[in-house]
Design a protein around this ligand. Sequence first.
Ligand code: 13P
Ligand code: SF4
Length: 387
Amino acid sequence: MTWTEPSPTGTALLLLGRGSDPSSERGVDCPGELPAPSDPTLVARAAAAKAALGDRLFILGHHYQRDEVIQFADVTGDSFKLAREAAARPHAEYIVFCGVHFMAESADILTSPAQRVVLPDLAAGCSMADMAVLGQVEDCWDRLDEVGLAEGTVPITYMNSSADIKGFVGRRGGAVCTSSNAERALRWAYERGERVLFLPDQHLGRNTAVLELGFSLDDCVLYDPHKPDGGLSAAQLDAAKIVLWRGHCSVHGRFTVDSVREVRERVPEVNVMVHPECRHDVVLAADHVGSTEYIIRTIDAAPAGSAWAVATELNLVRRLGNAHPDKRIMFLDRTVCYCSTMNRIDLPHLVWALEELVAGRVVNEITVDADTAHHARVALDRMLALS
Ligand code: 13P
Ligand code: SF4
């Protein structure tokens, strides 16, 4: 990936360098005949399969998906909007989720048992979601219980977590949140308890607690599942308003205060806008912080000629640049990086999944067991009721 300065017309250009084509990240096996990426009929094949399935099919596309995939989405959105859209499609027999595993699990939980949710590539996971494993979270809860704090603690999990973790949270009176409603979810939690256990993204938890709820950094403690007792004493847990899980996003964690400083020097009138999964110091240095939907709305409403350095996933930033040639949209950091797991969903996998559905075979189905789904649904419904 190479970065170029904004063009003379004011359009930021992000050019793919040879060898950095995200399709080279492909390589995961799928149980069947995957079309060749070079097949010139892929677009026509996807369109034909989609037309053949008609209203039986609904395709959801997260904002971080590739252009080649997003063109086939019936709706695009952030994880919150997509969860609502999945829940609002009771008549679609097949939900094809172009996003990552935890999103497809949530879609399965929010849809009826007769509806089938398909993730075109099962390797499309999320490194952040993988940082909180059920056994570790249960150990953390046991520790809170041991020191007499579990009762006053409300667990909140970011959407970017497995169904197991959502189920855990639902069982213990907690809720799911996304980056669009983390503030509301935290306020909801503090009406029910004096402390929050926030899973698995420490940055979203810290940024929301400090910047939206007015807590101090000292009110936040970091629970490290790889240390005995999470690395925290009973007194530290007792004094905390929010116990943050030591998880982070490998994409958003790359942005630094230096990249903010550098872009401000290079483009003095620039507005810096970051996703709340970025580190706290980066968010403090930025002008705007918000979810992917917020980022899109803000750029849509921005005046022509304005300059924006955006810290979120590259597919979205590049699409914003293409959609707004009258504005200068640039990626915040020069070490440009896609979310490699979001990028797993490519046109060959989409064509393969759709053609299998046309042939009457449901491949890569995502199912959550009934008990987990029940409790995870409780936590998801609490989130949906917040809005
Ligand atoms: P949104 O909640 O903004 O969709 O973000 C999801 C995500 O994976 C961000 O990394
Ligand atoms: Fe997970 Fe980060 Fe990718 Fe979002 S961008 S899916 S949080 S790894």
